[in-house]
Ligand binder design. Structure first.
Ligand SMILES: Nc1ncnc2c1ncn2[C@@H]1O[C@H](COP(=O)(O)OP(=O)(O)OP(=O)(O)O)[C@@H](O)[C@H]1O
Length: 264
């Protein structure tokens, strides 16, 4: 069965249409990326899915159940933001423990502090932060802070995790490492993941399927191979080629800066 079915979502801000009858499905355990230029409505979709924003029109089904009006905390979905959204006054361990003890989906199970601490430690060890439990977020690198945010989200055991450009503030090496880690975590926990990125290479490397959007419309939702081999329309064709060229340009610039590519 589909994990999510989104039917005819529309959204207007200040009289301007941002999403126009958007419909798509996400399979159970799927890694789906949303690709598209700035302002095309990617974040708005995620915010509506998790219940931080309401649609003007449309229905969201999860496991076949209508959750369109279900409060965010009861949707069993988690979200990871670009800016980590950690509590600066709490330790790394405290951030995850706090989420376990306050979230409606876990607070009954983890009202015992020792149990919450044990679970938080287990999740932080899983993302390689065993040595950093007592540090404050600002004492960690960006990649480590994002790992805390991922551990915190996974600890709440959501069956769908939404990612809003989680790696855009990170350097290339960290991004590459986190890519692999995220896929491993998905295999281990089996969550369905929806991932917004500007980075086409990231989307093609990680996704089962990619949704290419522009100006509030879906142009294509397909496997990475089909998007390259069978672009649905001129927009997708141009978008894919433009991004590949941008990537090649930036690789050449990178090589030049680092002393390579002098003959390019
Ligand atoms: N709360 C809001 N009030 C008014 N306009 C909004 C609001 N949220 C989003 N918008 C507008 O809706 C459009 C889509 O925004 P959205 O954040 O979904 O785009 P996006 O594709 O995620 O862009 P980016 O890649 O830059 O994050 C933009 O024009 C944005 O300015």
């Amino acid at each position: 069965m589909d994990k999510l079915e989104i039917r005819n979502l529309s959204k207007t801000f200040d009289g301007t249409g941002v999403l126009h009858n958007v419909s798509f499905t996400v399979k159970d355990g799927e890694f789906l990326s949303i690709l598209g230029p700035s302002g095309c409505g990617k974040t708005t979709i995620l915010r509506i899915l998790i219940g931080l924003e309401s649609a003007d029109q449309g229905i969201i089904l999860k496991d076949g159940i209508d959750i369109t009006n279900t409060p965010s905390a009861y949707r069993k979905m988690g979200i990871v933001f670009q800016n980590y959204a950690l509590f600066e006054n709490m330790t790394v361990l405290g951030n995850v423990e706090y989420a376990l003890r306050k979230s409606p989906s876990t607070k009954a199970e983890y009202n015992n502090k020792e149990k919450a601490t044990a679970k938080a430690k287990e999740m932080l060890e899983l993302v390689g932060l065993a040595e950093h439990l007592e540090k404050k977020p600002r004492q960690l690198s960006g990649g480590q802070q994002q790992r805390v945010a991922i551990a915190r989200t996974l600890a709440l055991n959501p069956d769908v995790i939404l990612f809003d450009e989680p790696m855009s503030a990170l350097d290339v090496d960290t991004r590459l490492a986190l890519r692999g880690e995220l896929k491993d975590l998905q295999k281990k926990f089996g969550n369905t993941m929806i991932y917004i990125t500007h980075d086409q290479e990231e989307a093609f490397a990680m996704s089962d399927r990619i949704m290419v959007m522009d100006a509030g419309y879906i142009h294509q939702l397909d496997t990475p191979h089909n998007i390259i081999d069978y672009p649905a329309d001129e927009y997708v064709k141009k978008f894919v080629i433009k991004n590949i060229n941008t990537k090649i340009d930036s690789l050449i610039q990178f090589a030049r800066k680092n002393g390579g590519g002098q003959n390019a």
